[in-house]
Design a protein around this ligand. Structure first.
Ligand code: MTE
Length: 319
């Protein structure tokens, strides 16, 4: 994300809930070969990778590809080149500045048009759901991209569980505000808290993931610990991090980037190579770690899974 103004997880492993308990290793969706390989490896201890000598990302990810045959970006790429303005606007700021952040214990408040509002502990969310690893292409509005093995559970599972009523048309999702631990929130570079929205049918799409981990380990702080959104057919800014509130609302919510600059950012933010950002083309992208630029794919390559949700909509208007 670019705006004009400029400017690790170290939870003791004893406090980290092992998600491996919940992982259904048979469900490596979108990568059958990788799923088969995963069965062959013993479960790895789960904790955020912190660079301790000898600590390695789980071996089952070696050689894993996306469903289009793309290599995964390295754990280092994924965790050192981040947008998380709560920790600073530089790409390396979140990795450098997020160590003081405490992602556990964690409560998520569910509000609005649902039969089961309330305060849910992170563990309440994790326990009943099947945690899966999913390799997703991520495309940032700034025209760089990565391929990332996220770990998480379908947002649709959570939505069903809290039982939206007929008035719930959209979800508004909010990031935590904790300036004492988030150095970027001590300034006004964005209007805190960071907010994102999805239409209810988008939230129910099987691709929409609430991620709790990456590379088979808990999310590091800089990637949005302990819970963040992933919608791989949309530009990366939809991936609201460190979510503390989900409100089910009737009206389309405004997201943080629309508030910041409504000419440049819309509600839907679907990856669309045919519609340029006002200041640069969206037709190409640079995969982190590569020099040549690639052609950007409509809906980031997930057209079959998502296009029916936008039938009849003018995607030049609804950016
Ligand atoms: N969420 C919050 N709370 N704050 C942010 O600054 N940046 C967004 C999104 N979620 C952001 C956020 C943007 S612009 C991108 S591209 C993705 O997070 C980046 O996610 P990553 O760092 O895991 O790649």
């Amino acid at each position: 994300m670019i705006i004009r103004s400029k400017k690790a997880s170290d939870v003791p492993s004893s406090e980290i809930t092992s998600e491996d308990v919940y992982v259904n290793r048979r469900k490596f969706i979108r990568n059958a070969a990788a799923g088969a390989a995963a069965l062959a490896f013993a479960p790895q201890a789960l904790k955020a990778f912190d660079g301790t000598p000898g600590q390695v990302v789980p071996a089952r990810f070696k050689g894993m590809k996306s469903e289009l045959g793309e290599d995964l970006n390295s754990y280092e790429d994924v965790t050192t080149y981040n947008n998380f303005y709560e920790f600073g606007t530089g790409k390396d700021d979140p990795a450098k500045n997020s160590a003081p952040f405490r992602p556990r214990p964690w409560t998520v408040t569910i509000e609005g048009h649902v039969n089961k509002p309330g305060e849910y502990q992170l563990e309440d969310f994790l326990a009943p759901h099947t945690i899966e690893d999913r390799v997703y292409r991520m495309r940032c509005v700034e025209a760089w991209s990565m391929v990332v093995p996220w770990r998480g559970f379908p947002l649709a599972d959570l939505v069903r569980r809290v039982e939206p009523t007929g008035s719930a048309k959209y979800l508004e999702m909010t990031t935590i505000v904790r300036p004492a631990e988030m150095v970027g929130q001590r300034g006004r570079v964005l209007d805190w808290p960071y907010i994102e929205g999805l239409r209810l049918d988008e939230a129910m799409n099987p691709l929409a993931l609430l991620a709790t981990g990456v590379y088979g380990m808990d999310l590091p702080n800089q990637n949005g610990a302990p819970l963040r959104l992933i919608t791989p057919w949309k530009y990366g800014f939809k991936g609201v991090k460190s979510i503390v509130k989900i409100r089910f609302v009737e009206e389309m919510p405004l997201n943080t980037w629309q508030v910041q600059n409504s000419r440049e950012y819309g509600f839907f933010a679907n990856v669309n190579p045919e519609v340029d950002h006002p200041r640069w083309t969206q037709a190409r992208e640079r995969r982190l770690g590569e020099f040549r630029r690639r052609e950007t794919l409509m809906f980031n390559g997930y057209t079959d899974e998502v296009q029916s949700m936008y039938a009849g909509m003018d995607l030049r208007r609804w950016i």
